[in-house]
Design a protein around this ligand. Sequence first.
Ligand SMILES: Cc1ncc(COP(=O)(O)O)c(C=O)c1O
Length: 490
Amino acid sequence: MTTFRDNPISPELDAPLYQQLYTHMRMSILSGELKGGRKLPSTRALADELNISRNTILNAYRQLMAEGYLESVEGSGTFVAHVLPDFLLTAPRHTAPKNAQPLWAESRLPLFSEHAKSQMAASQPPSDGKPPRPFLSEVPALDAFPYEIWSRLVVRQARRMPVSTFMYQDSAGYRPLREAIAAHVAVSRQVHCKPEQIMIVPGSQGALDLASRMMLNAGDPVWMEDPGYPGARGAFLGAGADIIPVPIDDEGLVVDIGVARAPGARLVYLTPSHQFPLGVMMSISRRLALLDWAKRANAYILEDDYDSEFRFAERPLASLQGLDDAERVIYIGTFSKVLFPSMRIGYMILPPPLVDSFLKVRRLIDIHTPMLEQAVLADFMIEGHFSRHLRRMRTLYAERRNALLEAAKELPLEIHSPEAGIHCVGWLPNGMNDLSVVGKAAEYDLDLTPVSSFSIHPLARKGLLLGYGGYSVKEIKDGVRRLRALLRSV
Ligand SMILES: Cc1ncc(COP(=O)(O)O)c(C=O)c1O
């Protein structure tokens, strides 16, 4: 018996194969097509049936298991869970008509927009809220955050905020915070702007979402770093954009290939200071070539400067925004790495002609970012705590980076010493399968992410993202020991 009426996997689609399978199976479970208690075929049998690799099936099964849709019974196999996670039980159930169409086309499911469906397929699983394990990459040093100072500032602001701040506020954000950010980026990132160009947003993700809505029509081509940040790709899918993958080499985004693939692109997304995930810094000649093309093509550049405050090398490189003389760059900064991600505060620095229009649309989304957090952050910056914290973090991250590089000498990985940020990439020896390694990580109390999960086109090499920022030197050394055992076992 076949498991699906039609093969739900298509290499033509943008989403990785495992994600397509995950989404299809999840929807099939929710719709009742795959009923609770049904035994699923073995990963090998399903791989044969769908003509894809077993690892792809394994990854989709693992994700569904982690989210409670599937259960594994030792010695018996994998089953659709009898009891679905609570929050799913409130989702409307539908009974499948006989000989129904493939899942996405069926009216028995909620009628989501095509854009939302493509975003759902690209969406990453949520954080499980548990303390992070090495070497999850997105974690800053939460163990070194000055909680005492922060909570003192929260209490002080909560006590003294005037009643007027309880009204709706300016969509651009709290003025003193914008002034503090303008002063900070001028010094640390050579970004030139007035506070009027700054809009406080709910993290980089808020900036990416707003920029996509503002700049993209359905079908518009957008250059996207490949491999690249899934949050950006997801935002562009929300606008129905045509995502054009542009490869990265050791000088960063290969501008010529972007121009050859989509000379009329509307938007370019990139992380030039510390490419995510590979860590490459874009060369100055590439930066100038990109700015020159954008000027001629009347395109905009989204510069995501998510973690470049932490540079270890001497050489500071001006931001693209600082080099731009034609108002082409929308600069995005975030406090997720420099402070903590649940703060949900980031900022966009807009070319002056865009400001009013962005504000008008922002007023129809979330209106503005909550005031208390903005006011506390402004105090934190104005009173010097932020720059002190950054200085301490630079030293701490350099220590943690060095600990990882030293300990990892015993691993069969190739690691290029990262010049910035809080993660690096460990390239696996040829022939070693990244997904097999990642699949066993939990057994070794590790949290590993394959570089391939960020790529649209398959990469020539397989690698792992190794975050070091969020772990003590001891945790890093112990983690490397466990990683060595894991790599030996595959
Ligand atoms: C490339 C990149 N941009 C931005 C972010 C941060 O996003 P946000 O500010 O929405 O938390 C991350 C987090 O991992 C990232 O990797």
